[in-house]
Every structure is written in C-alpha cells, then in structure tokens.
Design a binder for this molecule. Structure first.
Ligand SMILES: NC(=O)c1ccc[n+]([C@@H]2O[C@H](COP(=O)([O-])OP(=O)(O)OC[C@H]3O[C@@H](n4cnc5c(N)ncnc54)[C@H](OP(=O)(O)O)[C@@H]3O)[C@@H](O)[C@H]2O)c1
Length: 308
C-alpha cells in the first residue's frame, strides 16, 4: 500500500480508500470480513455519507467495526453530510451539519470523525453558518479534519474565505472513463469536441495549488455510476490495453485502472466501492506499480480520447 501525507490532514492515509456506499448489501459478519480484508491489505481509510443506504451503511459499519475489536485509532473514518434526499434538497445549514454529524457518530459508534466532507454544494449556503458549524465540531472534538465533495473552484474559494479550518479533501468523480477533471485542459479552445467545454472551473489545478487532496470516487464506473467498465464489451480497446499492461506487471485490469488514477501527480486517493474481498485485494495491487508516462497515455487514449 502507498500512504499519503495529507497537507494539514492525516499523515498516513492509504492511497486506496474503501468506499462504504454499498455496505448495506452485506451482513454484519460480511462487513466485518470486508473491514479486516481492507486492513490486511493496507487500506486504513473508510468513506461514508449520511445518505448511503439512508444511514444503513454507517450502521452496518459501526456494528461490524465494534464486533471486529479493531482499535479506533488505527483507522481513518470519514463521512459526508449535506444531501437531504428525504426533503429533496441539499442543506449546509449549521443545524443540519451538526445534527448529521451527531447521527453519523451514533451510527458509527464512535466519538469522532477523522474527516467530515460537505457532500455536494447547497446552492443557497451561508458560508458563515458553515464556519460556525465547523468551529463547533472542531472544538467539541467531534471532527478532526474538514473537506468537501463535488465542489468547484470558486465555491471552494468562497468557503475557504470563511471557515477557519483548512479544507483538506475534495472528493470528485474521476476515472479512465469519466475523466472530465483533466480533459478540458487537453482540448482547451478546441471547437471540434465537447471535451473542450469547461465544466468544473479547473478544479484539479485549484486543488493542487491549494494543497487539497483529491479523492476519486467511482474509479471503475462508466457514466454516472452506470456499471463497471472492466470487461464491459462497450470498451474493447480500453480493456485490451488494461489487460496488456496488467499482464506485463502481473496485476489485474482493475488494478491497472486504479494505478492510472494514482499515477497522476496530484497525489490523489482512489475510493474503491467493491464489497467483494477478492476484488479489493486485486485493487490494492495497484499500489505495487507505478505506470510509466507512456502507459498512462496509452490508457487515456484507449479510453476514447485523442491528442488534439
Ligand atoms: N462524493 C460522491 O458524490 C460520491 C458518489 C458516488 C460514490 N462515492 C464514493 O465512492 C465509492 C465508490 O463508488 P462506486 O462503488 O461507484 O465505485 P467503483 O469502485 O467504481 O464501483 C464498484 C462497483 O463495481 C463493481 N465491480 C464489478 N467488477 C469489479 C471488479 N473487477 N473490481 C472491482 N469492482 C468491480 C463492484 O462490484 P463488487 O462489489 O461485486 O466488486 C461494485 O458494484 C462509494 O462507496 C462512495 O464511498 C462518492
């Protein structure tokens, strides 16, 4: 496993995070096995959100973690709040942030979150309220580090002007297939492709310039979580290239797809959502290799892009 020293954040964060969005599908014993498999393979970082399974993911993890007897300090537990699908709105109010964290702590059966992220922008958020909420949580020892998810440059700038804690993470969708985070830079000013459209205010560069670690979500999914592109017949070239590079290193296609994310010099983490211990072991092989410059480009081009 590779570990990342997050600037102003945890110093030993595994490059691969286990995302627990799909954990409600597991029994408590299966979830415990998944947590043990993660730790045995060097994964010490677990991602949650209040909305995953409407709280069920955190509940399952909390029960499983308690049963495992693993020391709380040996893992990094992150959760996210702000999505209120029950009310059909996104809500970064102080009240919602504080209530959400208390509920997460109860479900996870822990006294503190290592990291709290605001899940997606609340279009009418009041930065002063967020700042107040973060102060309250930090002072109470309920949250150690703060960050965001799916938040573009200028909203980040606005938030950073008000909150008193550093924002250390931005969780964003990024994969070989969903690579909008980098495409626009390549196709800049090119009328021949939709990829030249600036969709995210160059958030990747902003995060790098401001020491915000990017966590890549859904690293194996096509579209907006439409299924895994590994072995998908719609992606023959990509799977061929993943296989060829994987064979040369003795690792799986899945591991190569994750290694492609980790090869980016931004020093990202990749959030694996598998709930299959065998798949997680495979994925962790990604940290045993460093793709060459040429391999990185071969994969990028095999995923359907071209050099302008
Ligand atoms: N911030 C956000 O807005 C946001 C949005 C979505 C997700 N997330 C986070 O990102 C995490 C990962 O998302 P995700 O689950 O969509 O990511 P993913 O790792 O790209 O996809 C995992 C899914 O692909 C399947 N899969 C099929 N073949 C596989 C193989 N060979 N190896 C590994 N997996 C394979 C898995 O099934 P098996 O279980 O059978 O392996 C699982 O259903 C979530 O758990 C959550 O923590 C964040």
């Amino acid at each position: 496993m590779k570990y990342i020293s997050v600037v102003n954040g945890p110093q030993n964060a595994s490059a691969i995070i286990l995302g627990c969005m799909r954990m409600p599908a597991l029994s408590v014993s299966e979830a415990e096995h998944m947590i043990h498999t993660a730790l045995e393979n060097g994964v010490n970082f677990f991602d949650h959100a209040t909305c995953y399974g409407d709280g069920e993911a955190e509940t399952r993890f909390g029960d499983a973690f308690k049963q495992s007897g693993i020391a709380r300090e040996s893992v990094i537990i992150q959760s996210k709040c702000g999505l209120r699908f029950d009310r059909n709105e996104f809500d970064w109010s102080k009240e919602n942030i504080l209530e959400s964290v208390d509920a997460s702590l109860r479900r996870l059966q822990t006294d503190y979150l290592d990291a709290l992220l605001l899940h997606r922008p609340d279009l009418i958020f009041e930065p002063e309220e967020v700042a107040d909420a973060f102060d309250t949580l930090a002072q109470a020892g309920k949250v150690r580090y703060f960050g965001v998810s799916n938040v573009p440059t200028l909203q980040l700038e606005l938030l950073r002007r008000h909150v008193r804690q550093p924002l250390v993470f931005n969780q964003l969708q990024f994969s070989l297939e969903q690579s909008q985070l980098i495409d626009q830079t390549l196709y800049m000013n090119n009328p021949g492709t939709e990829r030249s459209i600036a969709r995210d205010q160059d958030t990747l560069a902003y995060c790098r310039l401001n020491d915000i670690t990017i966590q890549a979500w859904s690293p194996l999914q096509r579209g907006f979580i439409k299924g895994c592109f590994i072995d998908d017949p719609d992606f023959p070239k990509l799977n061929e290239e993943l296989q060829a590079i994987g064979d040369s290193y003795g690792i799986s296609k899945t591991a190569v797809a994750i290694a492609w994310i980790l090869r980016h010099p931004a020093g990202m983490q990749a959030i694996a959502g598998t709930m299959n211990p065998e798949h997680l072991r495979d994925i962790c092989d990604a940290t045993k290799v460093t793709l060459t410059h040429n391999e990185w480009y071969r994969l990028y081009l095999a995923s359907g892009k071209y050099l302008p």
